[in-house]
Write a protein that binds this ligand. Structure first.
Ligand SMILES: [Zn+2]
Ligand SMILES: [Zn+2]
Length: 251
């Protein structure tokens, strides 16, 4: 089966590559590819009108048309524009916590001990609250409009500690999977973030969740490289029918 890499970025957001370059990467990796530039109230793609222009631009290429909506800073895509898109990824890149927006980037660097200036303890007293907030946000967003894929299918900051099975609570894993099933959302197998980790993947497979593949490539070196997702699909014997694809590309 020729897989579809649903998660790539171009110059429409923070990617350092053109659509032609993305297509060349996909050709070399023998996969179909979808473009999923960032959309949110703080990105260039901050309105249905701009997404329409982006979508119209993409129709000239043999690519799937997606966006990666930043949950917590999202906006409602109009029905008319939604029809032009093949799918919408919803991703969490930060959480509003005790009235403050906590961006994941500095938090991840802190957890990797690469940012000693930053002290999130002042903002996050209980990690359990953090996991709870994540699920609450997903539910709010899923009730607002339809999504197809949960980008980098878990929660990013705890992954930085490199011991996912020790830091992710099992209640969070179980509730996340229930949410994805309730709203028919695929869990992304992310090459960039190497997630889901094995225990979460095992539970998702058992629960018959759908999966999508994502390189999350922002430059040609990483775009459409899908080693980790392929490894998961193989190790957990995920059937082709459970992998997200866009029938239009296959014809
Ligand atoms: Zn990006
Ligand atoms: Zn992302």
């Amino acid at each position: 089966m020729k897989w579809l890499d649903c998660h790539t970025h171009t110059e429409w957001s923070d990617g350092r590559q053109s659509v032609e370059q993305v297509l060349e990467c996909a050709r070399q990796q023998f996969v179909w590819v979808g473009i999923s530039d960032h959309a949110s109230t703080t990105d260039y793609l901050n309105s249905s009108q701009r997404i329409k222009a982006y979508c119209d631009f993409l129709t000239q290429y043999p690519v799937a048309r997606g966006v990666e909506m930043d949950l917590g800073r999202s906006f409602k895509i109009s029905d008319e524009v939604r029809h032009c898109l093949d799918y919408v990824i919803g991703s969490v890149h930060g959480l509003s916590f005790n009235g403050r927006w906590i961006s994941f980037q500095p938090l991840i660097l802190f957890l990797k001990k690469q940012n000693t200036q930053y002290h999130p303890e002042e903002e996050i007293d209980h990690w359990d609250d953090f996991f709870r907030m994540h699920l609450t946000l997903l539910r709010q967003e899923y009730q607002l409009q339809p999504f197809d894929i949960l980008g980098h299918g878990s929660l990013l900051p705890p992954l930085a500690l490199d011991v996912p099975e020790a830091v992710f609570p099992e209640w969070w894993e179980d509730e996340l999977i229930e949410l994805l099933q309730e709203f028919h959302i695929a869990m992304e197998l992310s090459n960039r973030w190497r997630t889901p980790y094995p225990r979460l993947m095992r539970k998702a497979v058992q629960a018959s969740v759908q999966f999508s593949l994502g390189s999350d490539g922002h430059d040609p070196a990483k775009t459409s490289v899908l080693d980790y997702p392929r490894e998961l699909i193989q190790n957990f014997a995920v059937p082709d029918s459970r992998i997200f694809t866009i029938p239009r590309l296959l014809t």
